[in-house]
Design a protein. Structure first.
Length: 364
């Protein structure tokens, strides 16, 4: 395939590709289920409306009362990126629940200027942030997973789940609070949907340990990236929590609080395949990650983001269809040179890799 052809690809009309009749989630989304043509993401959203959120938040208050240090010692680990959601979670834990969070920042690949500014502003607003740098090992693994599986930020995705748990163990902290449990919320595996304490064994199935790697890397250098049975035994006392279990998840409200109290700023311009300028603005690699989702599954950021907006009744399905048609297929061309430099490949090789991950059942 010629490079220019990547900007012209369109769907083949195949029977197995269809969209939820409520939102725009596709039948090709990994682990999604449909019931009467409605996706499991919409069905779960409806179920969450029945939850007694006051009771759930009371559970969190009781948990915090049990583990609160009442001194300068950190009593909960919170992974942060300087964005709206993690900033909100950390702020509520500190200001309303009187916890003393140790915030852990795992540097993403190709971090943006606005990402660095927002993280700095978050720190200035009164939070201790422990930084884990993006290393040569991360690059090496990301290149491997990009070429073989079409996952250009896989080592980072692993680290943001695994590093906070290992940091908690290192500092003898018993609680780790993540933000959104997106797997069940948006239509994936439901096992942990109603569990206050998340099953740590689940993450070991998806992050590195269970997947064969054809490159030799010293185990010690995978400290914050890999999780195996021995690690799970050491982490058994640590409670892995998700904020979305305790409180109704509202990104717009998170944005409001993060702007007001944590110094969050918008990017000057939105990315080519994004529908706003305040989500996933901390790194350039996420845009490629979602474009590869388009090549493999036929949907990208616009489908995911507008489906959430539809469920919250902030836009209509008709409006969302127009947005998806405009943005879902767009390749982030402005980052092309950055991607090639990061993976140390030329443009021809880069597009050859993209072509290898293209779903031929979906595209001509």
């Amino acid at each position: 395939m010629k490079i220019k052809d990547f900007f012209k690809i369109e769907y083949n009309k195949k029977k197995y590709f269809y969209r939820c009749k409520k939102c725009l989630v596709t039948s090709t989304r990994p682990r999604v289920k449909f019931k009467k043509k409605i996706c499991s993401g919409c069905l779960n959203f409806k179920e969450r409306k029945k939850i007694d959120w006051k009771k759930r938040f009371y559970q969190l208050e009781q948990l915090c009362s049990k583990y609160r240090s009442n001194n300068i010692k950190h009593d909960i680990v919170v992974p942060v990126g300087g964005g709206k959601d993690s900033s909100y979670v950390a702020w509520v834990l500190k200001k309303k629940l009187k916890m003393n969070p140790l915030c852990v920042f795992i540097e993403p690949p190709l971090m943006t200027t606005i990402g660095r500014k927002n993280l700095k502003n978050f720190e200035k607003s009164g939070f201790k942030v422990l930084r884990i740098k993006h290393t040569f090992i991360n690059k090496k693994l990301n290149k491997y997973y990009f070429k073989k599986f079409g996952l250009p930020q896989h080592s980072w995705l692993s680290s943001i789940k695994i590093a906070p748990l290992k940091i908690a163990k290192q500092y003898n902290i018993k609680l780790v609070m993540f933000g959104e449990e997106g797997e069940s919320m948006y239509g994936g595996i439901k096992k942990n949907r109603n569990n206050m304490i998340f099953d740590k064994e689940n993450i070991s199935k998806y992050y590195l340990e269970s997947q064969p790697i054809d490159i030799q890397i010293n185990r010690e250098k995978l400290k914050y990236i890999s999780l195996d049975t021995r690690d799970l035994q050491k982490l058994s006392e640590i409670k892995m929590l998700y904020w979305s279990y305790f409180e109704e998840w509202d990104e717009n409200y998170h944005l409001k609080i993060a702007k007001k109290y944590c110094g969050l700023k918008y990017a000057k311009m939105k990315e080519k395949n994004a529908i706003n300028n305040h989500s996933h603005t901390d790194q350039k690699m996420f845009a490629l990650h979602m474009y590869l989702a388009y090549l493999k599954y036929g949907f990208s950021r616009a489908t995911s983001d507008t489906s959430i907006e539809i469920r919250h009744k902030r836009i209509s399905r008709t409006q969302a269809i127009k947005i998806v048609k405009k943005y879902d297929h767009v390749f982030p061309i402005n980052y092309l040179s950055d991607y090639c430099k990061y993976f140390n490949i030329n443009k021809k090789e880069f597009f050859k890799i993209l072509d290898s991950h293209k779903n031929n059942f979906l595209f001509n």
